[in-house]
Design a protein around this ligand. Structure first.
Ligand SMILES: [Zn+2]
Length: 216
């Protein structure tokens, strides 16, 4: 039996990653992080998705101090942004080194062999802390920090672009409808924000019916 801590955001990618691992007989330990001003609909989505998966106990980790760059002092934010050619919409400085270290702690407690995240091919071009180099370095650092336990990182979607991720999710019968991409906190997806527009386009590109209920 493969035991795996999976980081869930409530979005499409981490949900599909979870369903792929379930198909490969991983027993999942779902973890999600509360960050500063995190959209509450995302957390609700994680809860629904975990319930849909059969009710693995969800670990909700309070890291509410951690802020996105938009919530940084403008001077500090622009200092960091000028080093990124294709910055992502959401960037929390040092996010993954923090999230994956906490997940490794949980893996150690649970005696889980793996920690997994739903990073996609597009993420590799946008973020320095999702690729093979990053995870090899983090693994080495964790091994140096603690003897007697070793964690391995899995990123099962990094070969796939977003439409391929959606296609795979559809094939795996992942609950794509329950995932949340909207930047607003309405009951339903607004349909007009950048998150919703990208979601609509990705389903179109994937050739998969979009069963999301949009307000517009
Ligand atoms: Zn929206």
């Amino acid at each position: 039996m493969k035991k795996t801590v999976i980081l869930l955001s409530g979005g499409i990618d981490s949900t599909v990653a979870a369903w792929k691992l379930r198909r490969e007989d991983h027993t999942l330990i779902p973890v999600t992080f509360i960050t500063y001003r995190r959209n509450k609909r995302e957390l609700e989505a994680v809860e629904k998705i975990v319930e849909n998966a059969g009710g693995y106990g969800l670990r909700v980790i309070d890291t509410s101090y951690l802020r996105e760059l938009v919530d940084f002092p403008p001077k500090q934010a622009s200092k960091i942004l000028q080093h990124l050619s294709n910055p992502p919409n959401i960037l929390i400085p040092y996010r993954n080194i923090i999230f994956y270290s906490i997940a490794a702690h949980i893996a150690c407690y649970e005696d889980a062999e793996y920690v997994a995240g739903g990073h996609t091919y597009e993420d590799l071009g946008r973020l320095p802390d999702v690729g093979e180099d990053f995870f090899n370095s983090l693994r080495a650092l964790l091994n140096q920090s603690l003897k007697g336990f070793e964690v391995k990182f899995l990123t099962p979607l990094t070969a796939l672009k977003k439409p391929q991720v959606i296609k795979l999710g559809y094939e795996l019968n992942a609950p794509l409808k329950l995932t949340w991409s909207c930047w607003s906190v309405y009951e339903k997806h607004c349909g007009t924000c950048p998150g919703c527009l990208a979601r609509k386009q990705s389903f179109k590109d994937a050739g998969v019916e979009d069963s999301t209920e949009y307000l517009a």
